[in-house]
Every structure is written in C-alpha cells, then in structure tokens.
Design a protein around this ligand. Structure first.
Ligand code: DI6
Ligand code: FE
Length: 409
C-alpha cells in the first residue's frame, strides 16, 4: 500500500460543509488511489513509511472537473470571429452554412491522429490548471464513422494523458448538409444507427442533444433522449442558449443529469429542474464570447436549490476558452456567482452533472484521491485573479501527475 500524508493544509470542498467547505490546519491521508482520512493536524494519525507533504498552509481542493467541452475537432473558426465583430450574429453565420457545419467539414477530413494531436494542447492547458476530469462530446462528425472517430480520440486522450475523460455522444448537434430539409430522417439515423453503434463499442457515457432554433426541436430532442434511456444511458441537453424552446423542462422530465447554457430559461421552469435533481450547467465562456446579454435565472436557481455547475464549453465557435479558472472569474463577474459557488461549480456540482458525485468532486473519505495544491492561502483567490495559475501540484487517483512546481522545504 502506498501512503501520502498532506500536512498543514487549508482544505476546501470538504464534504458536508457549506460555502467553501473550508478547514484550516488540517491533514489529509491518501492510501493508494483513495482519500483514507482527513482531520485536524492535532489528531493526525501516526504511521511510519509514508511520503509527507508539508503544504505550509497552502490550499488543497479536489481536482477540477470540466463537465462540458467539445474539444476534439478539426480546424478553427477565427474567420467567423472576425465576421461577428463586424456585426454578423452566431445564428446568421450558422444559417449561411458556416458555424458548426464548417467545423464538421474540417473534422471529417481530419484523421484520428490529427484530431488527437490538435486536441492535445487544449487538454494539457486545462490540466495545467488542475483539471483531473474532463467531459468531451462528439458532434462534429455527424455520421456514424466520424462520430465514432471523435469518441475514440476522446478515449485515447484519457488513456495517454492519465486524466478521467467522460465521453458524451452528441450526434444531434447540428443537421449535416447531406440531410438538408430532412431533419427528422437525420434524427432517425441518430437513434437507429449512430447511437446504438457508438454505444455497442463502449464509447458512450452519456447522450446530449442541442435543442435550439439553429439546431433541433424539442420533439426531435426528445426522440434522442428517449432512445438513450432505452439503452440505459444517462442524458443531458443544450437548452435555452439563444431562445426559450422549452427543452429544459423536457430534458428534466427524462431525468437529465444536467441541462446546459440556460440563458433563456424561464424562472417558472426552474422548479422542474429542482424536482428532477437536474444540475444547471452554466457556460459563461459562450455568453462572453457571443457577447450575449440575457442572464441565466440565477436567483431562481438559488431559490429552488438547483445545483449550479460551470464548464468551459471549449469549442471552436462559441467558446474557444481553455481555462476553468477564467470561467470561475467570468461566472462571478458576468453572472454574479459568489467565489464559493464558482468553486463548487467546478468540483462537486460538476461531478453531479456527470453522475460521478459518489466518486469525485469533494475532499471526503473513500473518494478518489484527485487533489490539487494551490499556492494561495484562501479559495476566493482562485476566482479573483485573472491570468495567474497558482496550481503547484496535482495528484490524480493517488498518483502524482505533476509536482514540478511544488517546492518542498
Ligand atoms: N452550443 C454551443 O455553445 C456549442 N455547441 C452548442 O450546442 C457551439 C459549437 C460550435 O459553434 O461549434
Ligand atoms: Fe456546448
């Protein structure tokens, strides 16, 4: 058995706590891949023969979790960024054949190796800020082979980089050009062929759908989610990003793990999320990058105690953002979340959005030992500073993944 003891640490996100769940002057013991014990320094258990890390009052948090990304794709969309700055809207660009479909073209022509190489620096950037779990969606292939290619690349990133990757099938992300005018037929292909095949290959941890005027209707989204449930797969949905279509209520009725975006969610519909235990995933990077104005109904989410998670939505069109620390800052400045809500949003509530809250997301006995040491003395600093990375060491499942910046006295 291998043991590591962290001493003189400030722990955040300790289970059961509110706010930051903060504990000063604590120790935490890791045995193999698990958190075995945590408690005050004064009652720290004595045993020989283990590694001791004196944290010198630095902050320890659970590994960060990015619960919504599209970071496997070909090409980029910097040209559309320029068009939007000249006045074109995201929806107008999509309607003119750009948008998601232009990334689909670039993704289809890329080999799996090329997609892997292009995704590597994006994932490494997130990892450098303490990310230990990452969700990656398909959705730029939009046919059987290309969706499977994307999901395999996501699996290879997990295998080669040593972080946890959850793979989400998003075949219903956009209508591929060859199905122009036949969106119901495309949904049939998604339900009858693409999803079952990807699932049979063991490539699907959850199923997502984009419900929006520029994508699919609530009825079409419901067909996909119902099919996923027949296959006993967890579901989630992109909803109410640019308009209120009613997708959130439908997804919650299907027991969705999360509904994501939510700027146009009606406060009256928040109760259905609360009832279903569905997590609200907010994506301030897309809000910022698309220069949106409409804020998600934060007050109603708080009032109804809907767990709020945050994610990068890393993608080439609406959120080319590869920093969860920046996302935490944006959630505070743009959405007025508190720094404690922001930290919970990239730890415990992000774990819930992935259905992994029994395993990760808090510092708690028996959870997987995914731990970040930050060179700060209190957690509000993580949301407060922009462009600084105070991450000094990352342990993933009890193994040091990166401790190069950890100076031990
Ligand atoms: N909503 C988003 O923000 C991304 N997908 C989605 O359904 C955008 C994807 C893209 O523009 O490439
Ligand atoms: Fe998205």
């Amino acid at each position: 058995m291998s043991q590591t003891l962290f001493t003189n640490a400030t722990l955040a996100c300790v289970a059961g706590g509110s706010g930051f769940g903060l504990h000063d002057n604590f120790a935490l013991l890791v045995e193999d891949d698990r958190i075995a014990w945590l408690g005050p320094m004064a009652v720290c258990p004595e045993t020989a023969d283990r590694e001791i890390i004196d944290c010198e009052n630095r902050l320890l948090t659970p590994g960060l979790i990015d619960c919504h990304t599209h970071l496997v794709y070909g090409g980029d969309r910097a040209d559309e960024f320029e068009q939007r700055l000249e006045g074109a809207s995201y929806a107008e660009i999509a309607a003119a054949g750009g948008g998601i479909v232009s990334t689909v073209k670039a993704t289809r022509v890329a080999s799996a190796d090329q997609l892997f190489e292009q995704a590597l620096p994006r994932v490494r950037q997130l990892m450098s800020e303490g990310v230990t779990t990452l969700e990656i969606k398909s959705g730029y292939g939009l046919d059987c082979d290309n969706e499977i290619k994307m999901l395999r690349v996501a699996g290879r990133l997990e295998a080669e980089l040593g972080l946890r990757v959850q793979k989400t099938f998003l075949g219903a992300h956009s209508l591929p050009p060859e199905f122009d005018g036949r969106s119901d037929d495309y949904i049939s292909l998604v339900c009858e062929e693409m999803l079952p095949r990807a699932h049979a290959e063991g490539l699907v941890d959850a199923v997502d759908v984009f419900i929006e005027s520029v994508a699919f209707s609530v009825a079409q989204g419901e067909r996909v989610l119902a099919r996923a449930r027949e296959l006993e797969l967890p579901v989630k949905a992109h909803v109410e990003q640019l308009s209120d279509q009613g997708g959130a209520v439908m997804a919650a009725a299907h027991g969705a793990l999360s509904v994501d975006h939510l700027e146009y969610l009606d406060s009256d519909d928040v109760a259905s999320l609360a009832q279903a235990g569905t997590v609200a995933v907010l994506l301030p990077g897309a809000f910022y990058f698309l220069r949106e104005r409409q804020l998600p109904p934060i007050a109603a989410l708080r009032e109804q105690r809907v767990p709020i998670a945050l994610a990068s939505d890393a993608n080439p069109g609406s959120s080319p953002v590869h920093s969860l620390l920046l996302i935490m800052n944006m959630a505070c400045t743009l959405f007025r979340l508190t720094p404690a809500e922001a930290l919970r949003g990239v730890t415990l509530n992000a774990a819930r959005a992935l259905g992994l809250a029994d395993e990760i997301g808090s510092l708690e006995t028996d959870k997987q030992a995914d731990i970040v040491i930050w060179d700060v003395d209190r957690p509000s600093l993580l949301s407060y500073r922009v462009g600084m990375n105070p991450c000094v060491a990352v342990m993933q499942a009890g193994q040091w993944r990166d401790r190069n910046r950890l100076v031990i006295a």
